[in-house]
Design a binder for this molecule. Structure first.
Ligand code: NAD
Ligand code: UGA
Length: 468
């Protein structure tokens, strides 16, 4: 299908659709890029003249939006109009885990993808390339093609070609990843459509980094890439527990194994467990697909990566409880960081949610600080209002939102580092220790605290994977 792409439409203005389309618009000023979403509030935020109000925080995003928005990049709720005009349509909608019905808790809920395919089928008027940008179970392109086929049969001006082009960006580094990707993966059948998408990327990506495969390899590679990355984190976290009991130090172990070029040094930092919207759901999806095809051993192998992750969260809550004499009632714990990693305001599946819920359940009073996560978001994640009344009476756990780091230390029995934000790396332990109630603890789940310095200021320190 020979399509000269002049107008792009992206369905879904989320963490992927927004930044990805912004970078395409930036690198291809000759192409009009329209990002549409059902969520009017989200579109309004993307269009807000105050760039600090964009719905997503990503380093470098504001600058790209400033250059392109209103020029060749537009955010809109007009889905029908923008689908009609598009030569190429990206589907970049959410694909969470099903919460009920067959496959609940494991299979992807494809209702938003199906709805997008139906919108395209109804509103597109001409030859259109449809690109799967969302992460999808292998063979989803089959479903999309079946839905589109119907409308091709009813209108001979309409013709569709479906490509898979999964996104590998990591949050907090999205703009850099998009501008300089390790690789771009395009799966498809129709050579001309593949070349049309390739031509867009060639505006800034070297040809040798653009990999073309069949549809199913492309869809499956995305799930497998996330599964392998998450597996590395569960592997290092499992060893962190062994380090703590044997006197080894996980940072030294990571360094030693990472210098083997066959292993590589990245993704070997022990922590509170992986979070983010995708790792868990993508592995569980892989588990579901394996079970579906009768591959029980494959399914249980990958399921273990998720099991170790939940175990690591729980392990940390238990350690804190044990060190604080088995009760958190009438104790104040400062929480440093709530997002699932640094440089993002995203809290989806953040280990902070599960650990904070455990501590509140034990009666602790949490003072939570995160430089990017709002009070409303934490309330919604914890399912509990910011309800601290000013004193530590009663055994019921509660939490309070702090605008400054220092507020988390005032009178605290312990502070808990959950996200590796830069500002937590060089805290003045001497001054902060004086604000705490002694004996006091620092629990560092990210391995970023200078333990020697903190200990020299009279603090007890527990650091993940540090068995000294
Ligand atoms: P998101 O929830 O932030 O955004 C999805 C958007 O799609 C929402 O704003 C929603 O309102 C909109 N939407 C849903 N159905 C629609 C419809 N029919 N018409 C118009 N708009 C619709 O999700 P996300 O984090 O951007 O993820 C999108 C996909 O990309 C998922 O499959 C995810 O697995 C994958 N992915 C995410 C990341 C990441 O870092 N978040 C990275 C790579 C891949
Ligand atoms: C991850 C992948 O890295 C992306 O390639 C992929 O596109 C994306 O998922 C997706 O499909 O959504 P993301 O979840 O944004 O990106 O962030 P990561 O940097 O991968 O971190 C995931 C989690 O692992 C975080 O909670 C992080 O703190 C944790 N992590 C990461 C560690 O605990 N240790 C490490 O060494 C690295």
């Amino acid at each position: 299908m020979a399509v000269d792409v002049k107008v792009i439409c992206c369905i879904g203005a989320g963490y992927v659709g927004g930044p990805t389309m912004a970078v395409i618009a930036d690198k291809c000023p000759h192409i009009e890029v329209n990002v549409v979403d059902l969520n009017k509030n989200r579109i309004d935020l993307w269009n807000n003249s105050d760039l600090s109000k964009l719905p997503i925080f990503e380093p470098g995003l504001k600058e790209v939006i400033k250059r392109c928005r209103g020029r060749n990049l537009h955010f809109s709720s007009l889905i029908e109009e923008n689908i009609k005009r598009a030569d190429m349509i990206f589907i970049s909608v959410n694909t969470p885990i099903k919460t009920k019905g067959i496959g609940a808790g494991k299979a992807s809920d494809l209702k938003w993808v199906e709805a997008s395919a139906r919108q395209i089928s109804k509103f597109a008027k001409k030859e259109t390339i449809v690109v799967e940008k969302s992460t999808l179970p292998v063979r989803t392109a089959d479903t999309i093609q079946q839905i589109l086929k119907e409308s091709e049969l009813n209108n001979k001006n309409k013709k569709f070609s479906v490509l898979s082009n999964p996104e590998f960006l990591a949050e907090g580094n999205a703009i850099k990843d998009l501008e300089n990707p390790d690789r771009v993966l395009i799966g498809g059948v129709d050579e001309e459509s593949i070349n049309a998408l390739k031509k867009i990327y060639l505006n800034w990506v070297d040809e040798e980094k653009i990999l073309t495969t069949n549809l199913w390899s492309s869809e499956l590679s995305k799930l497998v890439a996330n599964a392998f990355l998450a597996q590395r984190i569960s592997s290092i976290n499992s060893i962190s527990a062994l380090c703590e009991t044997t006197g080894a130090d996980i940072k030294e172990v990571s360094l030693a194994i990472g210098m083997d070029s066959r292993l590589g040094s990245k993704f070997l930092a022990a922590g509170p467990g992986f979070g983010g919207s995708c790792f868990k759901k993508d592995i569980l999806n892989l588990v579901y697909i394996s079970e579906y095809y009768g591959l029980k051993e494959v399914a249980s192998y990958w399921e273990q990566v998720v099991a170790i992750n939940s175990w690591q969260n729980k392990r940390i809550s238990k350690i804190i409880l044990a060190k604080l004499f088995g009760t958190l009632a009438k104790k104040k714990i400062g929480i440093l960081g709530f997002s699932f990693k640094a440089n993002t305001n995203d809290t989806r599946e953040s280990p902070a949610i599960r650990i904070c819920k455990d501590l509140i359940e034990e009666g602790g009073s949490l003072y939570i600080y995160d430089p990017r996560v709002s009070l409303e978001q934490i309330e919604s994640d914890l399912g509990l209002k910011n309800n601290y009344q000013g004193n530590l009476t009663g055994d019921l756990g509660n939490w309070s939102y702090c605008k400054k780091i220092i507020d988390t230390f005032e009178g605290a029995d312990a502070v808990l580092v959950l996200t590796e934000w830069d500002q937590f790396k060089d805290l003045n332990w001497e001054n902060l220790s004086k604000l705490m109630r002694h004996p006091s603890w620092v629990f560092d789940t990210r391995g970023i605290v200078d333990t020697v310095e903190a200990k020299s200021c009279g603090l007890n320190v527990w650091q993940v994977g540090n068995g000294e």
